[in-house]
Design a protein around this ligand. Structure first.
Ligand code: COA
Length: 161
């Protein structure tokens, strides 16, 4: 059955905030949070955001600008915030920011990345998604950045790097 794609949805409707505790099994040999675990948590948050917007199955097609700004350690609380920044016809760009939250409630940024996910129909073919409302100046700035990142992704795909 064709998915309902009429209309536009707000950024807030699909935003996800999640929190993880860094456990011993999440550490690398140097005693820091293993980057692969953090990337998995970020990918899960991005997928939840995209699923909420598309209301259906999604898959990750690319990850841009993943930057590790700081480390995290055993016992740290890692907050992950994912929100839509741009949508194309079948693709959605989700920005995921992660922070370590201290006992004083202060959040220290540790990573940020832009994930691109594609909505899929029952045959795993790309399927149109609802549009995205830009209600704040921050959302409009992110959208403009999303347009530029999309153009760079298309160029990179064409160039094969
Ligand atoms: C996602 C997938 C179905 C897209 O197939 P495709 O043949 O590239 O489809 P299309 O060319 O129609 O592109 C579909 C959308 O993806 C976007 N896209 C394709 N390749 C992309 C890339 N490398 N980076 C960013 N976006 C990309 C296109 O721009 C298009 O967006 P739009 O509809 O908003 O304009 C296919 O690439 C796939 O199955 N990839 C594997 C996904 C996966 O297994 N992920 C890991 C597990 S989660």
């Amino acid at each position: 059955m064709k998915r309902e794609t009429a209309g536009e949805k707000s950024v807030e409707e699909s935003m996800v905030e999640s929190i993880r505790l860094v456990r011993p099994e999440d550490l690398n040999s140097a005693g820091r949070l293993f980057g692969g675990s953090l990337m998995q948590w970020m990918d899960e948050v991005a997928a939840m955001v995209a699923k909420r917007h598309a209301r259906g199955n999604v898959t990750t097609v690319s990850v841009d600008q993943l930057r590790f700004l700081k480390g995290a350690y055993q016992g740290d609380m890692v907050v992950l915030i994912g929100k839509l920044t741009y949508v194309g016809k079948t693709s959605m760009e989700v920005r995921v920011d992660t922070y370590v939250e201290g006992t004083d409630g202060m959040r220290r940024p540790i990573t940020r990345a832009y994930f691109t996910l594609v909505a899929l129909d029952g045959m795993d073919r790309p399927e149109p998604v609802p549009g995205l409302l830009r209600n704040t100046s921050e959302q409009r700035i992110e959208w403009e950045g999303g347009e530029r990142r999309r153009a760079m992704r298309i160029l990179r795909k064409e160039e094969g790097f």
